[in-house]
Design a protein around this ligand. Sequence first.
Ligand code: SF4
Length: 283
Amino acid sequence: MNLKSLEKRLTYLTANAIRDYRMVEDGDHIMVCLSGGKDSYAMLEMFRLLQQRAPVRFDITAVNLDQKQPGWPEHILPDYLDSLGVNYRILEQDTYSVVKSVLPEGKTMCSLCSRLRRGALYTAAEEMGMNKIALGHHRDDLVETLFLNLFYGGRLATMPPKLKSNDGKHVVIRPLAYVPEQYLEQYAGHKAFPIIPCNLCGSQPNLKRAEIKRMVQAWEQEDPNRLNVILRSMQNVRPSHLADTDLHDFAGLQGSVAPGMPDPVTGEEDAFAGLQADRVDAS
Ligand code: SF4
């Protein structure tokens, strides 16, 4: 896809997600979290484009947390952001040393690293008076996280497009929730974003996430629409057709047929009542 069509497609998907979840409202000041990866660069571009066209007025500040990984190229993001002329802040917090000191050598550090980063960003958002925090997770991240939780976490959950933080102070938004990762890869190539790799820390790759990613990518090759269908299914949840007693009152379900009485329509006996009677007889 050429840059113009790709950008049109990206803004369309991003604007749809923003509208569907009311991610952006008049007067918002949004912290656009910039990691140096392709997704966050693209998200910043989307906000810049939508700022010109959106019917609401909102401010953005790009924020990067310098986590003090060895070899982090400090100048790349400031140079890039200066060239765009956007408001930005570079925060500094040595979470790298914290993670290194807490986790044994060779352990995957991403989970703790991300939690520390999130904490630092939430604190900064509050200090700087930003009411929304935008993260660059895309459609494939949502799908992969769903299966990661399903296969290894024993729960049906993903990264939601919009989320209130546990302390109730922050709203986290994911405006790229509808965007396929391959569009972001192509866009990064067209725009020549100055990508900073996320492996400077030397963390071991998360093998489970890598396995799920491979599985999801294989599906996508088999059927290019499959991830969109999975995304749609996350938007079309039927708690009464799952099995979570907290979400649906299964215990309170009552039919109109009294136990043991034939159904007035079908004439059938209550099968469960019969089963209980059999069990009693057998004992
Ligand atoms: S790769 Fe390194 S910097 Fe990136 S999230 Fe994982 S631990 Fe943090």
